[in-house]
Design a protein. Structure first.
Length: 171
């Protein structure tokens, strides 16, 4: 168990450390499958008021059906298939999404999760099944959300992803 023994200002740590680019030898769990200009995606979405809960460093905001349908139409083949859900997941500066595994309802056993990176900073990191990775601005990634994963934002700006679950084709 971790025991808190003190506090240091995160800005001081960031000032001491340059942005870190990690290169891992093994396969990364967030697999980059494409790129889209994040300004294009942001133009699709209405202004979103990010209201974080006082006891939480993140927010999950489902997209209304009409906005998700418009986003799907404009994204075309970048995120193909039947969209089951679309939502914005944002982490405020200093926020964290704790380690967890997402369960899939029985009727969604065959799905693929996509992360489209809308905003980020060099101090946003994702942990997924023993690997640590920074997802780049505009990147489109797939991930197996049933494995242990977490995210942290040690930067000064919000980290915002469009997260889409798509029905996978039977193999």
């Amino acid at each position: 168990m971790y025991q808190k023994i003190g506090y240091i200002d995160p800005d001081l740590i960031r000032a001491l450390l340059p942005p870190i680019e990690l290169t891992l030898e093994r396969n990364l769990m967030y697999q980059k499958i494409g790129y889209i200009d994040p300004d294009l995606i942001r133009a699709l979405l209405p202004p979103i008021e990010l209201t974080f809960k006082p006891d939480s460093g993140y927010i999950i905001a489902p997209l209304p059906d009409e906005i998700a349908a418009d986003a799907k139409h404009r994204l075309g083949g970048l995120v193909p298939g039947e969209w089951l859900s679309a939502r914005i997941i944002a982490i405020k500066p200093g926020g964290i999404i704790p380690l967890h595994m997402d369960a899939r309802p029985y009727d969604e056993e065959k799905r693929t999760r996509y992360h489209v990176v809308l905003t980020t900073n060099p101090f946003c990191w994702n942990y997924h099944d023993e690997s640590v990775q920074h997802l780049v601005l505009g990147g489109i990634y797939t991930v197996d959300e049933t494995l242990p994963h977490a995210s942290v934002n040690w930067g000064d700006t919000d980290r915002v992803h469009l997260v889409i679950d798509v029905a996978s084709r039977a193999v």
